[in-house]
Design a protein. Structure first.
Length: 400
């Protein structure tokens, strides 16, 4: 089973939900020997067993359904407050479907129309809660009237395939309320002085020490106690864990332990340098790092798991800092392999980045291609992805 998720934001860049993109296996795009309904049912059953909240947290799950699946009872496996039923533009619209959608809406499910085409969906627009508009295929300048008309009907409008911050701002101004795309993970290069270098260097020094086979507690403690901001935050975190007062920052660090400290430093670093960025960018870094580590462990990169982890953790550093990747990695002591993969997209670690990106975008053919190059069993990917999503959620909940 292959499942990826793509974030959906509101105007405040907070997570509203995730669209779930899936395949039973890498051949199921053609649905050879299995109907699309059976394939979807298999995945849906898997989601039910795993626990949908493990994948989407408190957000909504947007799932594409064909005609037969909409008419089936399997939808009832997922609570109505967690699921948005996306009606594909290829679905045959007849009286039975209209009545079924009305019934599901009455049960509390939200109905979304995917890849909106007015002439195709005209008969079910009144039922819809959300309408998704692909702003690449239908540019914003061409749909101003349609947007106003839909807003007048109190329908939530979602801009899909938002690739730049400019598109996001323009869609907000037009009245769109929800947004889907990878615009948040792309840097907006601006000419400005960088006041984050000092903290970035401090975090880098700590992480470098933590990544050693035998990290020195004293070295890490000395770095932290030399920075009043870091010292304060250590004490604040640990004060929430214990009732007894600490005599020193070093004592607080001893109670925290190196494993907990490493997790905290990761989040602290990302949070600090991604000021004014959506928390989803931090989440993406953490998911990629843990997913990359899982891929390394189960592939020919098993002896380079820490290096892969670090590469994936820093893979959206350019977007966090609004700088080129080359500038973002200045004064960070990383291996040539990590630097070359992130800055020049070359070297032997690049296939892992390509695999992770393909997985995020549900490009299953490329997933298969890079899985073969990396020598990992494709069936292990969803297991690792789910673990990474859970781990990132835990870390964010614990430290932010």
């Amino acid at each position: 089973m292959f499942i990826a998720r793509q974030p959906i934001f509101n105007k405040s860049m907070k997570i509203y939900g995730y669209e779930l993109l899936y395949r039973v296996d890498l051949n199921s795009e053609e649905f050879a020997n299995v109907s699309s309904t059976s394939a979807t049912a298999s995945v849906f059953g898997g989601l039910f067993e795993q626990g949908l909240n493990q994948i989407v947290g408190n957000g909504k799950a947007f799932v594409n359904f064909d005609y037969d699946f909409i008419m089936s009872d399997t939808i009832g496996l997922i609570p109505s407050d967690s699921l948005v039923i996306e009606v594909l533009e290829t679905v045959k619209i007849d009286e039975a479907l209209i009545e079924r959608l009305k019934y599901l809406k009455g049960m509390g499910y939200k109905i979304a129309l995917d890849d909106f085409k007015k002439d195709v969906f005209s008969s079910i627009i009144p039922i819809a809660d959300i309408i998704k508009i692909d702003i690449i295929n239908t540019p914003l300048d061409t749909i101003k009237y349609d947007v106003k008309e839909l807003l007048s009907q109190h329908i939530t409008i979602l801009a899909e395939k938002v690739e730049t911050e400019e598109d996001f701002r323009k869609a907000v101004d037009m009245g769109f309320q929800l947004f889907q795309g990878f615009f948040f993970s792309k840097p907006k290069i601006v000419a400005k002085s960088n006041d984050k270098n000092y903290s970035k260097i401090q975090y880098s020094r700590i992480l470098q020490e933590l990544r050693k086979e035998e990290p020195s507690f004293n070295k890490i403690a000395n770095i932290i106690v030399s920075d009043v901001n870091l010292s304060y935050r250590v004490m604040r975190v640990m004060s929430n864990r214990r009732k007894d007062p600490f005599n020193s920052v070093k004592l607080a660090l001893q109670y925290m332990g190196l494993i907990e400290l490493e997790r905290w430093i990761h989040v602290l670093m990302l949070q600090s340098i991604s000021k004014d960025k959506p928390v989803e960018l931090i989440r993406m870094s953490l998911v990629r790092a843990k997913f990359g580590e899982h891929i390394a462990i189960h592939s020919k990169y098993r002896n380079r798991r820490d290096e892969v982890y670090t590469m994936c953790l820093f893979s959206v550093l350019d977007a966090m800092l609004d700088q080129s990747m080359k500038k973002a990695l200045e004064k960070i002591l990383i291996s040539d392999a990590i630097y070359d993969s992130l800055v020049y997209q070359k070297g032997d670690l690049v296939p892992i980045l390509k695999l992770i990106t393909a997985y995020e975008q549900a490009n299953w053919l490329d997933v298969h291609k890079y899985a073969d190059i990396i020598e990992i069993d494709s069936n292990k990917l969803f297991e690792g992805y789910l673990k990474a999503v859970k781990w990132a959620a835990y870390v964010l909940y614990t430290f932010i």
